[in-house]
Ligand binder design. Structure first.
Ligand code: PMV
Length: 320
């Protein structure tokens, strides 16, 4: 009745922004992501008939912020008539700050809960369940490069390229550790309802996905860099033009982009991407990771820098 799983967060190079079906949490667009190796969330789920309510501790302290969504995730995976659960979470990076902590948390919870309940589910089924809790979580069930497809009535993910088949590095520049002002589900709905650029964003995503897929197959860093930066800036433009606008960036975010532009000007293979938060992720060829880390560490307003390679799929670490 107890299982523990670990999952890594993933960051999208071609972004998911907008929901086609809010109730089933189906994305309006496909997305392509990379899973990160050195950031992790571990989730231990223990189903206990003796408990009267679900309980959650995060890094050793009681924390109820994520509990309602985690309880809903357990209902989905185990069933509504399930016993209550003791959930113990450990995470080695800031939570709710635009570093995809929900992706790793829900991927690990889905996997651990299925095993705690004695259910043996395929990776496709697990991805479908994780994706209902957090769209991007479906991608953390896979390692390396993964594509979440926007088709049919279910969430479908496929592996595009293993982490060792194209080893890239990611330098994460943390510019603020506090939780973001507005959650991605709410912000996506505001964009869908009010942004004049939203329909164009949805229509053009197919082209961006095709270009990125081709770049990954050819291992063409320049092509991937160009389309990933374009797609990221387009997603943020959709948000900025919403009413009210959603602006996740701070001044250090912009300074990091300038640092990346300088590195590119000096001939380094690096590009940026930014999610629903002010952190900047600089994806680079491994030989440039030290230079990129040094440049971002020296950028005014950067609190911390983490460097990682590409990671594995979510995995079970203990079942009792
Ligand atoms: O999975 P959610 O609901 O946290 O949304 C993720 C949204 C972005 O991180 C901005 C983009 C993405 O594809 O991960």
């Amino acid at each position: 009745m107890r299982a523990t799983a670990i999952a890594q967060p993933n960051i999208a190079l071609i972004k998911y922004w907008g929901k086609r079906d809010l109730e089933r949490n189906l994305p309006a667009v496909g997305s392509i992501s990379i899973t990160l190796r050195d950031l992790y969330t571990e989730m231990c789920v223990e189903l206990d008939e003796g408990l009267s309510a679900d309980r959650l501790t995060v890094n050793g302290a009681v924390d109820d912020a994520l509990l309602p969504r985690l309880s809903a995730c357990l209902d989905l995976v185990v069933g509504r008539s399930r016993p209550c659960a003791r959930i113990v979470s450990r995470c080695n990076f800031p939570i709710g700050a635009g570093l995809a902590s929900s992706a790793s948390a829900f991927a690990a919870t889905t996997l651990a809960a299925a095993h705690a309940a004695g259910k043996s589910l395929s990776i496709e089924a697990l991805a479908g369940l994780a994706g209902q809790s957090s769209g991007s979580a479906a991608r953390s069930l896979y390692g390396g490069f993964a594509e979440l497809e926007n088709r049919g009535d279910a969430i479908a993910v496929r592996a595009l390229c293993g982490r060792d088949e194209w080893p890239l590095s990611v330098v994460v520049a943390i510019t603020e550790t506090g939780p973001k002002a507005i959650g991605s589900t709410e912000a996506m709905e505001i964009s869908r309802k009010t942004s004049p650029f939203y329909s164009n964003w949805v229509e053009r995503q197919k082209d961006d996905l095709g270009t990125a897929r081709e770049a990954i197959l050819k291992r063409d860093f320049e092509q991937l860099a160009t389309i990933a930066e374009h797609n990221c800036l387009k997603m943020h433009s959709v948000m900025w033009a919403s009413r009210p606008p959603t602006v996740y960036w701070n001044s250090a975010t912009l300074r990091c982009l300038e640092s990346v532009r300088e590195l590119q000007g000096a001939g380094l293979g690096v590009f940026f991407t930014i999610d629903a938060g002010p952190q900047v992720k600089a994806v680079c060829l491994p030989e440039y990771a030290d230079d990129v880390r040094a440049a971002l560490s020296a950028t005014e307003g950067v609190d911390d820098v983490m460097v990682t390679g590409l990671g594995d799929a979510a995995r079970l670490t203990d079942v009792a």
